[in-house]
Ligand binder design. Sequence first.
Ligand SMILES: Cc1cc2nc3c(=O)[nH]c(=O)nc-3n(C[C@H](O)[C@H](O)[C@H](O)COP(=O)(O)OP(=O)(O)OC[C@H]3O[C@@H](n4cnc5c(N)ncnc54)[C@H](O)[C@@H]3O)c2cc1C
Length: 378
Amino acid sequence: MKYDYIIAGSGCAGLSLLYTLLQSPSLQYKSILVLDKAQKKSNDRTWCFWEKTPGLFESIVHAKWNTLEFLSTDFKKELDLESYTYKMILGLDFYNFVLDYAQQFENVTFLQETITAIDTGVDAAVVSTQENSYTARYVFNSTNVFNPEITEQNSLLQHFKGWVIQSEKPVFNPKVGRLMDFSVSQKQGATFMYVLPTTTTEALVEYTLFSPRVLAQATYVSALKKYIKEDLSIDNYTIKHEEFGVIPMSLAKFEKTSKPNVINLGTSGGFTKASSGYTFQFIQKNVAEIVNNLEAGKRPNPSTAFKDKIYQWYDRTLLDVLLTKKLTGKEVFTKIFQKIPAKKILAFLGNESTLAEDLSIMKSLPLKPFLGSGIKQL
Ligand SMILES: Cc1cc2nc3c(=O)[nH]c(=O)nc-3n(C[C@H](O)[C@H](O)[C@H](O)COP(=O)(O)OP(=O)(O)OC[C@H]3O[C@@H](n4cnc5c(N)ncnc54)[C@H](O)[C@@H]3O)c2cc1C
């Protein structure tokens, strides 16, 4: 049997594409095979992102904030997000939501198999697993089969351990999320705490670093304990949930299309922003474009607009500055948050800023280190 589409990998990108396809009156009855080596049954990650208008997953948003704060040594700023809202979705809510919705479509088949290769066929693509091979007109891939090598020379790792803690007493303000607290020790590389309170007694507290190597688990644990006790002044709490993640912030090339009829999605398609690790909203924009192209009878391959190339250059420049240690992450982010309103920063980090906003952010940073890295990455 030849499927219309194979979705190879049913994580954030694969399931976002599936859900978006199933919303389309002209595409929702196409034959779709969804392959993943894992069952998506655990709450393995929390996605945060910002947007101006509610998106497709608004009904499963777990918490949201219109105010964030940024902290550094001797500096604290409350950030009014204006037209943006910062939102949190729990991984398990997302998986359940899409998988439950897809149940009503008999044209969608799910198989749990490990993919070993993806090749091009005649006007088709072929996915090989350890058990079988499957053919489709198009394969949408978010597995790591085509990923470039991540090395210490081409990448920083964004690695973090987060705890959802429940305090005995009401200590949090659920209206204000702490986006970055750089006042912590920077001995291990660019390091900040991220605190997202969902009630007065519950918050996600995450110890996050941008550095070449992952640390021993005990180091994250002691940093979290210290911060909760000394900075948040909480003595009695329980840990309700734990997450650990590593996201590549990379200069290596993640291709959007590896072979004809094979389209890469998500992190594998280069939709993780190299300078921040944020991916969720870029995935949503990408899958919406793919579905629009298919609805219009075009090839699904998304285009790379000139402005996207400019953002890639900005990201690569910042990453180069950090990789070559010309400035620290703390210096860069503190300067930006000191001088630029939050709305402009979020527009910039979300690839939605105007050229005038880009220039104001560049002006907030020292020229020399960025000029050298900018020319190198051009
Ligand atoms: C803990 C964590 C927290 C994050 N938080 C945020 C956040 O707050 N905001 C944000 O924007 N981004 C965040 N990210 C980054 C990014 O959004 C996520 O990594 C996101 O899940 C990427 O989506 P994806 O579909 O590319 O990859 P995944 O969601 O990892 O999906 C890939 C799928 O492919 C499957 N797979 C892999 N190899 C094979 C194979 N050989 N055969 C079959 N199946 C295979 C996997 O089982 C998986 O289901 C976070 C990442 C992590 C790890």
